[in-house]
Design a protein around this ligand. Structure first.
Ligand SMILES: NC(=O)C1=CN([C@@H]2O[C@H](COP(=O)(O)OP(=O)(O)OC[C@H]3O[C@@H](n4cnc5c(N)ncnc54)[C@H](OP(=O)(O)O)[C@@H]3O)[C@@H](O)[C@H]2O)C=CC1
Ligand SMILES: O=C1OC[C@@H](O)[C@H](O)[C@H]1O
Length: 392
């Protein structure tokens, strides 16, 4: 009963967090590039409970969409039309930019934002290629600006607790990881639309680019190791562009630490039963095999909703842990992964030491892994952006 009450209280506050009584007078002013669907979840809602963040500006190419978005989310300044993204970057009243544009535009608008002197919270994956990611990371360092690729789940205490157990040696050496993020096949419009950016090759689409960021980052994070090789990879093409857009990807990875990993990514797992009409349950799990036992981490991407960490020492009784809040650290049980991430971003901008921060070369490694997966599956690399080519 207590579990159900906690769940309901957490969900209520997750979806409608209490506003802070007052924002600080010099709160960090965020501008949002594009009226993207993810922006309310990843920035606008988390910002409501952060005293040092205000979302002041949105730029959307379409005037009506721009105004509707601004009205709905109470954003005072709006730019629209063909030059609106640059107008936002030129606005001296903005300190930080949130970039949730399609993946293929991440590089161009992040480079432009950094050149305009703005800190950048950048949606995942950082770019279309590792070379683009490298340039962005170098530019941010050169300018002394904060650039964070939004691998939000790592900022939540649940993922960090799993890492702590792995690194503690309680279960011995890590041997194998199975990481899955896969959604059931449902009619268009329920999860994705037919013309979604995820299915557009030129915009950097593909399941490995999109959902793959999660299990691949989990393998990197829990193993603390780089990739040695992709020993097998099999892709299922998306119906609209089967040779270039992966609907699903299944890979076996060998890491430099000799840990091995199986990764499954799927935008639309077919149903089962007669005519495949019974939808499958989403998969969002990490299974870690260690010398002395195993750990199952359920729902690693959205742990605030619900998660479980089942620790199974070999020959002993299993235990289940749930960690919604740090013992000593920022946060509330209802904080979304995005809220923990925003806390860290602001701490970094303000010159404080965040509870968690990601290695500067993380976005580069992440894209190198994605490139290796596509190469092994004999799928083309995502296209280098025209802006990168013109500025190289
Ligand atoms: N961290 C997370 O949990 C999640 C991250 N993401 C990431 O966020 C990014 C955006 O995803 P999502 O919000 O689902 O995408 P949307 O399609 O909803 O938003 C993308 C925005 O980009 C702008 N845009 C600019 N050029 C184009 C173009 N040629 N075609 C389409 N849109 C364009 C549009 O803004 P406008 O027209 O207003 O100018 C649009 O609203 C992706 O990088 C994705 O990987 C997505 C979901 C979850
Ligand atoms: O969290 C997510 O789930 C669904 C994906 O398509 C999205 O881009 C991702 O970030």
């Amino acid at each position: 009963m207590a579990g159900v009450l906690n769940l309901s209280s957490r969900l209520r506050k997750l979806l409608d967090p209490p506003d802070v009584p007052a924002k600080s007078p010099n709160a960090l002013r965020f501008g949002v590039l594009g009226a993207a669907r993810i922006a309310p979840i990843a920035l606008i809602t988390p910002a409501a409970s952060h005293a040092d963040v205000v979302v002041t500006t949105v730029a959307s190419r379409d005037e009506r969409k721009a105004n509707e978005f601004a009205k709905k989310y109470k954003i005072p300044t709006v730019y629209h039309g063909s030059g609106c993204y640059q107008q936002l970057l030129d606005d001296p009243n903005i300190d930080a930019v949130y970039n949730p544009l399609p993946n293929g535009l991440h590089y161009e608008w992040t480079v432009k934002a950094l050149n305009a002197g703005k800190h950048v919270l950048l949606e995942k994956p950082a770019a279309n290629t590792s070379a683009e990611a490298q340039q962005m990371v170098d530019l941010a360092a050169q300018k002394g600006l904060v650039l964070l690729e939004a691998i939000h789940w790592i900022f939540h205490p649940a993922g960090q607790r799993v890492k702590e157990i792995v690194d503690s040696g309680e279960l011995g050496k890590l041997k194998n990881i199975q990481a899955s993020f896969a959604l059931p096949k449902v009619p268009y419009g329920i999860i994705f639309f037919e013309d979604d950016i995820r299915f557009n090759y030129d915009l950097g689409g593909g399941a490995t680019m999109d959902m793959g960021v999660y299990p691949l980052s989990a393998v990197r994070y829990f193993s603390s190791s780089d990739l040695s090789s992709v020993s097998s990879a099999s892709a299922i093409g998306h119906v609209h562009d089967p040779a270039r857009i992966d609907r699903a990807m299944r890979v076996h990875l060998v890491l430099q630490s000799s840990v091995e990993a199986d990764v499954l990514i799927d935008f639309a797992m077919p149903g089962w039963g007669p005519f495949h009409i019974i939808p499958r349950m989403p998969k969002c799990d990490i299974h870690l095999e260690l010398e002395g036992g195993a750990i199952d981490f359920y729902n690693f991407v959205a742990p605030t909703v619900y998660h479980s960490i089942t620790v199974k020492p070999r020959g002993k009784k299993a235990r289940v842990e749930k960690v919604y809040k740090f013992k000593d650290g920022p946060g509330q049980e209802w904080w979304a992964t995005y809220r923990y991430q925003l806390e860290a971003f602001v701490d970094k901008v303000r010159g404080r030491t965040p509870q968690t921060w990601l290695a500067p070369d993380g976005p580069i490694k992440q894209m190198q892994w994605v490139e290796s997966v596509y190469a092994a599956a004999e799928f083309p690399a995502r296209p280098t952006s025209a802006y990168y080519q013109s500025s190289a």
